[in-house]
Design a protein around this ligand. Structure first.
Ligand SMILES: [Zn+2]
Ligand SMILES: [Zn+2]
Length: 172
């Protein structure tokens, strides 16, 4: 994985900002409060960096962005915050890119676990509830006497916006 291509992706992604970003941050704060966890300044800063992109962002990019804003941190501090955010369920980890993105839906409990849809053109990540996918994987693995521990399923491909753009430009 090259750092450079990640950076150019980050630049191409539409940023989330303004009232929408504030809503997302408030929602995360509520989730932390509901679980009796502390949404510390550092956790909020790290979450804000993650939530302000439509794609996924790596720990070192988070460090870099925070240091540009004047907050210099040790990598371990950022990793600890990331762990707390992951535990609270307000961010998820995209294994294939070793990067993190803000949870787009908050009904995982009621609608089942999501699969992650990761666009290979613009880097955006979305989630759709797909409990059946996990049930099927678990059933097939158990038939082979294997005890599965599937946490997440990632699907890479082309998002609707990029597909539309390709249609328009005639480049598929
Ligand atoms: Zn989610
Ligand atoms: Zn896309």
């Amino acid at each position: 994985m090259s750092k450079l291509s990640n950076k150019s992706l980050a630049a191409a992604r539409p940023a989330v900002s303004g009232p929408r970003l504030n809503d997302v941050i408030e929602r995360a704060r509520t989730i932390f409060a509901d679980r009796n966890l502390r949404f510390t300044d550092l956790r909020q800063q790290v979450f804000t960096e993650i939530a302000s992109t439509n794609g996924a962002i790596g720990a070192y990019d988070i460090l870099e962005r925070l240091s540009v804003k004047g907050t210099r941190l040790a990598p371990i501090s950022v990793y600890r915050s990331i762990d707390a955010l992951l535990d609270a369920g307000v961010i998820h980890r995209l294994e294939s890119k070793n990067a993190y993105f803000a949870c787009r839906r908050h009904e995982h409990q009621s609608k089942g676990r999501p699969i992650f849809l990761s666009c290979e053109r613009c880097g955006s990540v979305s989630e759709v509830a797909a409990q059946g996918v996990f049930d099927l994987i678990n059933a097939i693995a158990r038939e082979s006497g294997f005890e599965p521990k599937v946490k997440f399923v990632e699907v890479s491909g082309v998002c609707p916006q990029c597909a539309k753009r390709a249609d328009r430009d005639g480049t598929k």
